[in-house]
Ligand binder design. Structure first.
Ligand SMILES: Cc1ncc(COP(=O)(O)O)c(C=O)c1O
Length: 441
């Protein structure tokens, strides 16, 4: 199997790893060989509890036979079919099934292959829509500080992580709202924090600065995941929606992480009861098994583009693999599992146990904030002087060696287990992480 590879370091050179400190990793690699249910098995045979659903995507847990069998069967039946001026039944079946659970009734669905592509697709749809309704001057794209929207040029432009764009140019005209993390006022909040609704007024400031007639869209994560689990203050999303309505700005929720049950509801839209115009998704869409993303669109936006001569392509956009047959098969099987096992709402049943467990880490060395919602948590650590990120990284490596996969961003440890998690797994997460935090003191 894979085991000999770990002893042969030269074997690791060819793969230029994404979002990885390549030289550091290859000096002391962490390799996973197999997975089932809530656990990975490392190449040295150790069992590692998956505290992060892979990369926020394996919501139904690992090794689901129903999905692999559906994919295998599909590959043997119809391996590839174009969806440009052609079609195949599964893409329509999958879109129809997704429409049934679509966030906020946004039931027109465009397929992509990743979260980044969903984001760039949604931004382009928003600009095309504005033009279609006679608002062609609206091309400016707004995002928010500490937002993560993938790595396409659109996504990094509206994203608010400086390292993602320090060396890359941005789409002209993009700008950002302030983020909503406020530890002095909201530290150790349980669930949605109390203070900060006024931060939504930042959108008024950007409208005054740029002019509404230049702004096409605002994209935000209802709950920011990758930048350390940052929650919207009470009333914030409602206020953002109202300001977008006031100025004709298309509102996009990026639900690449929060979609498919992460918060204990099918989508964050359902959790907060605020409906945007477009929703981006990926990850849990296929349980992470086959790369796929989707954009959920309102009929208002979709229908505004279905104009002109019938033989004209309405949106000049798409990917070779939009609606790929194997991805659709994986997605349909995933939806079956979610429905049968009630996984899209299971997080709600476990949320208070999860919350208590996560907040039991309060008081451990260097823990300066704990944030949680649904089955997500962020544990923020005091950075070491002059060495930001190293403390959380040490905790991450320690946890991996003692049998728990976590995710680290800066000095924040993020947790988001598969939605099949049991209370006993939550207890293990707390005890392994707690010990690692003590050792990193
Ligand atoms: C909110 C959000 N948007 C977009 C992306 C990008 O997704 P992908 O890595 O599939 O391109 C991510 C990935 O973590 C994400 O969290």
């Amino acid at each position: 199997m894979n085991a000999p590879q770990t002893t042969n370091r030269a074997h690791l050179d060819a793969f230029w790893m994404p979002f990885t400190a390549n030289r550091q990793f290859k000096a002391d690699p962490r390799l996973l060989a197999s997975a089932a249910g809530m656990h990975y098995t490392a190449v040295d045979g150790r069992s590692v509890l998956d505290g992060t659903a892979g990369l926020w995507c394996v919501n139904a847990g690992h090794g689901r036979k129903e999905i692999s069998e559906a994919v295998g069967k599909q590959l043997a039946t119809l391996d590839f079919a174009p969806t440009f001026q052609m079609g195949h039944p599964l893409a329509f079946d999958f879109a129809t099934r997704l429409a049934e659970i679509a966030p906020g009734g946004l039931d027109r669905i465009f397929f992509t292959n990743s979260g980044s592509e969903s984001v760039d697709t949604a931004l382009k749809i928003a600009i095309a829509y504005q033009r279609a309704i006679g608002q062609g001057t609206r091309t400016r794209l707004l995002g928010r500080e500490r937002g993560y929207h993938g790595v396409g040029f659109g996504g990094i432009s509206v994203g608010g992580i400086v390292n993602n764009r320090r060396v890359f140019p941005q789409v002209p005209g993009s700008d950002h709202l302030r983020h909503t993390l406020d530890i002095p006022r909201n530290g150790f909040s349980r669930g949605v924090p109390e203070y900060g609704i006024e931060l939504a007024e930042d959108l008024e400031r950007l409208v005054a600065l740029h002019g509404a007639e230049t702004i096409a869209a605002l994209i935000i994560e209802p709950v920011a995941g990758s930048t350390g689990v940052i929650l919207p203050p009470k009333g914030y999303l409602e206020r953002i929606r109202a300001i977008c309505d006031k100025y004709g700005i298309v509102l996009i929720f990026d639900e690449v992480i929060s979609g498919f049950g992460r918060l204990g509801t099918p989508f964050a839209v359902d959790y907060f009861g605020v409906v945007p115009d477009l929703v981006t998704a990926a990850k849990g869409l296929t349980n992470g098994v086959v790369p796929m993303g989707a954009v959920f669109s309102s009929r208002k936006i979709h229908d505004a583009l279905m104009v002109g001569p019938e033989n004209a392509i309405e949106l000049f956009h798409g990917y070779t693999y939009s609606g790929n047959p194997a991805a659709c098969a994986a997605g349909l099987a995933t939806l079956d599992i979610y429905a049968r096992e009630g996984l899209l709402t299971r997080g709600a049943e476990l949320a208070s146990y999860w919350e208590d467990a996560m907040h039991s880490l309060k008081g451990l060395p260097n823990v300066i904030d704990i944030r949680n919602i649904g089955l997500v948590a962020g544990i923020e650590l005091q950075s070491r002087d002059g060495a930001p990120g190293t403390r959380a990284y040490d905790v991450f490596v320690d946890c991996f060696k003692t049998g728990l996969l976590t995710r680290v961003t800066g000095d924040i440890i993020a947790l988001s287990p598969p939605l099949i998690v049991e209370k006993s797994h939550i207890d293990t997460i707390v005890s392994v992480l707690g010990d690692a935090l003590k050792r990193a003191a």
